[in-house]
Write a protein that binds this ligand. Structure first.
Ligand code: URP
Ligand code: ZN
Ligand code: ZN
Length: 473
């Protein structure tokens, strides 16, 4: 099937960030062509009966690490495996990272990531550039990337000294320029140098088990860096976006800055809502599965995250899909948690989640009454598309939007097992968990790529999506 094959989705319940109605949706020429009642079509149009199903915009996951080289490690999913997993989970657009190295510029990083992605991607994609070093030339390249390459967001780290951490003045310079140009700086907010000291002291005391990862990354240091980032953005008169917010210590600064009218935006990730720090109460190496940054927090933090999701102090739920295997199956030890059997500090940070985002949030959010259906769509598709310049091409179902559509069955449940998922990671944090809801069919620009358990996509059919300015005000 190609873009030229039209599909009529008949009688589904169309849900966007603002609407909820039963209609027919005609996908034609790669876009949503018509939305109406009892649309009449010829025999050459494929008709899909969606009675009883939700018709959702394809998910937009703006925090994904595929084939990312982080220090001596590489994430276990390739662009091919990760985007196939995304598709099966109902996500049709991802934003990955292009890392500026010591050797190249932001433009070199974009070109390198695109070369690698081009022949592999199964869904549409874009890139944030991770900027690790700022000088006049880098700022020129950043401006060029914004205006000519369709890359309008840049991630910077206040953590990982010596690997990716940028100093405050560099972050401020980026905020000032990117903000003036209508783009977004996304910040990983943790006080990296204090955390490094705590890690060193823990290791000197003989504390090597995975649980010490969490104990050496206190939420107060996430809060401190969040506060610092907000003040830098305020001085720069720029919007700012905080990735993977995990704690109320960080959230409270975001809430009060937004109340002051400062354009602060933030995401959390499903794992902070699904699990809490009780998983670290042991000395077992299995706990390495939960070594992600920031670590899991307290049940009280979850309560605050849910409240912020409801009242729009958090605007996005992205996965931070950063898979590393428990064994050494993909890319050997480079992509394995086994690197850290002797020291928690060597365990690659990150957890998988790209395929389970929508269904897990539907279950713990919508089914359990914490999120409305509209809010669920807004958090997982519409607002990420708006904040990162993809809307209305992506993130909604409207006439003229890309025909990225998910047919979602709310009435069935499924039990999650890693062996049934489509990425390279050998485990899922949700192993054995029963969840309500299932992705039935996925269309990418009108192409049926997922049909129940069957795969009709093709590596390389995903496209790079040039992005525009932040649409948040
Ligand atoms: O543990 C995580 N989140 N690893 C990925 C890198 C990052 O900080 O986002
Ligand atoms: Zn991060
Ligand atoms: Zn990340």
């Amino acid at each position: 099937m190609t873009d030229s094959t039209a599909t009529l989705i008949r009688n589904g319940r169309v849900i966007t960030a603002s609407d909820d109605y039963v209609a027919d949706v005609l996908l034609q020429g790669g876009i949503v062509h018509t939305i109406g009642q009892a649309i009449d079509v010829g025999p050459d149009v494929r008709v899909v009966d969606a009675t009883g199903l939700y018709v959702l915009p394809g998910g937009v996951d703006t925090h994904v690490h595929l084939e990312n080289v982080i220090g001596p490690t590489i994430t276990a999913d390739t662009f091919a495996s990760g985007t196939k997993a995304a598709a099966f989970g109902g996500t049709t657009t991802i934003v990955d990272f292009a890392l500026q190295t010591e050797r190249d510029s932001p433009l070199g990083a974009i070109a390198r990531a695109q070369r690698s992605a081009e022949s592999q991607v199964n869904v549409d994609y874009s890139l944030h550039v991770i900027v690790t070093r700022v000088d006049e030339q880098v700022l020129k390249d950043v401006r060029y990337a914004m205006h000519h390459e369709g890359v309008s967001s840049f991630k910077m780290f206040m953590a990982y000294p010596g690997v990716m951490m940028a100093d405050d003045a560099s972050i401020f310079r980026m905020l000032r320029q990117v903000g003036a140009d209508g783009g977004m700086v996304a910040l990983h907010a943790e006080n990296g140098t204090v955390i490094d000291l705590l890690i060193k002291e823990a290791l000197e005391a003989g504390h090597t088990a995975p649980r010490y990862h969490a104990l050496t990354r206190p939420s107060l240091m996430e809060g401190e860096a969040t506060h610092r980032g907000i003040r830098l953005a305020e001085l720069a008169n720029a919007p700012i976006y905080f990735v993977h917010v995990s704690s109320n210590d960080a959230l409270k600064h975001i809430v009060s800055a937004r109340a002051e009218g400062i354009p602060v935006f933030a995401e959390t990730c499903p794992h902070y809502l699904l699990f809490d720090d009780s998983v670290y109460d042991n000395e077992d190496f299995e706990t390495a599965k939960y070594v992600m940054t920031p670590p899991l927090r307290k049940p009280d933090d979850q309560k605050h995250l849910w409240r912020a999701l409801r009242y729009d102090d958090l605007q996005v739920i992205a996965t931070d899909h950063c898979p590393f295997c428990m064994k050494a199956d993909h890319f050997g030890l480079r992509s394995s948690k086994l690197r850290g059997t002797k020291s928690f500090a060597e365990i690659p940070n990150g957890a998988p989640g790209i395929e389970t985002r929508l269904v897990s949030l539907f279950d713990i959010g919508v089914v359990q009454g914490k999120l409305s259906l509209n809010r669920f769509v807004e958090l997982t598709a519409t607002t990420p598309a708006k904040l990162f310049g993809l809307f209305p091409k992506k993130g909604t179902i409207a006439v003229g939007s890309d025909a990225d559509v998910v047919l979602f069955n709310p009435a069935v449940s499924q039990t999650i097992h890693a062996k049934h998922l489509h990425g390279n990671c050998d485990h899922t944090l949700l192993e054995g968990r029963s969840l309500q809801g299932r992705v039935e069919k996925v269309f990418l620009r009108g192409n049926l790529i997922v049909d129940g358990p069957d795969w009709h996509g093709r590596a390389g059919m995903g496209r790079f999506v040039p992005r525009g300015q932040v649409q948040a005000f």
